[in-house]
Write a protein that binds this ligand. Structure first.
Ligand code: AMP
Ligand code: TRP
Length: 347
């Protein structure tokens, strides 16, 4: 999805390019998810590389999920992908738990990966918090399941956020150790992270120094793909800024995190650079800029959120997409697991 796709590393020369992406169906996708991930996936679709989009519900349950909400969130995230423009005919869209090969390979890889590797994972430390004894075993083994997700498709490229780089390293180490242990030098590729280009960190509307996130306690900190036009306008109106008018150049945004974030969001939504946005709004007060940004956000997001709602009313359609996606996924994954079973010595 970047240059890396066209020029895979020599280590992967023997492998067909395959892109795999996983997202947790934890609901309430934010503007950050949309601008940082979803929209880029749609842009990249034109490059014609088939991508496997997996809603990782088995990862989601590593922390408690209400069963009804998990089911609804899985359908909602599937609807968001399709509404944003991912074509489920061209790509494979499915939920992880439907394809048993993920769990089967994960167990085998649990016996390949080392405890010492997992002990270094910073996400586990963050998510488990102080009372590590009470974290689920699944939360600890999470990175190995993630390695299995990727390797079961022998995927070569994995678009992820910066925070997932360490997990990708573990997937690479696990692939290599498996290949060595079972004397199958080219069996698994070394999956490459694709870190999505610059200006992809959308910041909190309440604190321009923090990432916009699903888990921030303040609902005013984020715009979500569930928000109505009124919600979007209200959140932008209340967004943290400063009393100065907008500067003429990007340099003038330095030290003004809130202003910088709003200009960045405007730029991303309008497909312009920040410099172009500032040329248009130089000297404008936020009382002028915020309503313009709210109109733009509503104009760009509401067709997607409306389509999402329409799709979610058509549960049979969403479930059909996921079922068909799972069938296509199994067609790739099952033969890989069959070979793994032979290599390991299962009869
Ligand atoms: P998460 O919501 O953490 O599961 O992330 C799903 C994807 O959305 C990741 O690949 C991130 O790169 C992207 N993402 C999440 N939050 C943001 C944000 N505030 N700005 C840009 N991209 C984001
Ligand atoms: N851990 C990833 C995240 O939180 C989600 C994920 C699970 C994933 N399996 C994956 C991402 C495989 C890429 C490839 O964002």
């Amino acid at each position: 999805m970047t240059d890396a796709v066209q020029t895979p590393r020599v280590a992967n020369a023997a492998f067909t390019t395959r892109v795999f992406s996983g997202i947790q169906p934890s609901g309430g996708l934010t503007l950050g998810n949309y601008l940082g991930a979803l929209r880029r996936f749609v842009d990249k679709q034109e490059e014609g590389i088939e991508t496997v989009y997996c809603l990782v519900d088995m990862h989601a349950i590593t922390v408690w999920q209400d069963p009804k909400e998990l089911a609804a969130n899985t359908r909602e995230v599937a609807a968001a992908y399709i509404a944003a423009g991912i074509d489920p005919e061209r790509h494979i869209v499915f939920n992880q738990s439907k394809v048993a090969a993920h769990a089967e390979l994960a167990w085998i890889l649990n016996c390949v990966a080392r405890i010492g590797w997992l002990n270094r994972m910073t996400q586990f430390k963050d998510k488990a918090g102080k009372d590590r004894e009470k974290a689920s075993v699944g939360l600890y083994a999470y990175p190995v399941l993630m390695a299995a997700d990727i390797l079961v498709y022998r995927a070569t490229h994995v678009p992820v956020g910066e925070d997932q780089k360490q997990h990708l390293e573990l997937a690479r180490d696990t692939a290599q150790k498996f290949n060595n242990d079972f004397a199958a030098p080219d069996f698994f590729p070394q999956p490459e992270p694709l870190i999505m280009g610059p200006a992809t960190r959308v910041m909190s509307l309440r604190d321009g120094t923090k990432k916009m996130s699903k888990s921030d306690p303040s609902d005013l900190s984020r715009i979500t793909m569930r928000d109505s036009s009124d919600d979007i306008a209200k959140k932008i109106r209340k967004a943290q800024t400063d009393p100065e008018p907008l500067p003429e150049t990007v340099d003038g945004l330095e030290g003004r995190a809130g202003a910088d974030n709003l200009v960045g969001i405007y730029a991303a939504l309008s497909g312009k650079s920040k410099a172009e946005v500032l040329t248009e709004f130089a000297g404008a007060q936020f009382s002028v800029f915020k309503p313009a940004l709210a109109d733009l956000a509503v104009e760009k997001l509401s067709p997607i959120t409306n389509e999402m709602k329409r799709l979610m009313d058509d549960k049979a359609y969403i479930d059909g997409v996921l079922e068909k996606g799972a069938e296509r996924a199994r067609a790739i994954a099952d033969p890989v697991v069959a070979r793994v079973r032979e290599l390991v010595g299962f009869i």
